[in-house]
Design a protein around this ligand. Sequence first.
Ligand code: DX5
Ligand code: ZN
Length: 217
Amino acid sequence: MKNKIAPSILSADFGTFAQEVQKLEKAGADVVHIDVMDGHFVDNLTFGAGVVAAIRPVSNLFFDVHMMVEEPQKYVDEFAKAGADSMTVHVEATPHIHGTLQAIKKAGMKASVAINPGTSVELIKPVLSMVDMVLVMTVNPGFGGQAFIPEAIEKVAELAKLRTEKELDFEIEVDGGITDETISQALDAGANVFVAGSFVFKGNVTENIEKLRAKLD
Ligand code: DX5
Ligand code: ZN
């Protein structure tokens, strides 16, 4: 599976999103990770589909929308129209996870399910055959710049094993505290999509992406 670097624009300059996203494309990012927060599921607020629509015309990169909101099924069509390529919903925030993943696919997006550090893989087993990606949170969601939780990596390995056993093909994404030091643990366990916010945007974006990529070879 292709290894992908997915910078999170949560750590970008909110005043100049369009330029920041263009910068990512030039710097060799594979995916733009877009963190949507509602102040209920997590104690932070970010933005909605309007921001996705605003940056869509300036980039051809894959837009990976991470919904840290309760009842994300309400927003599926809105984000699809705005130009999102993939929508990730948390099993903890989505009462009808199966139906919501179906709705995401029906809207023409890739469908992905996320689990928090305290959530077991067991909870998403029934939907593994229908997802394009599983997001394993390696911090508690809500804020950038937190420390990586190493125990979460066991779930990456568990998912990679299940994928082989069940002959499935979902990608495995890790999100939170990913740096040039922690990325290798996630890679070794079987992850292939690496979200990084503060590590990418602190200092030189191109150099930071290269530092991550160097660890994936
Ligand atoms: C956290 C978000 C992350 C965040 C990661 O709730 O889901 O995508 O931007 O930030 P870092 O890489 O700084 O931990
Ligand atoms: Zn995220």
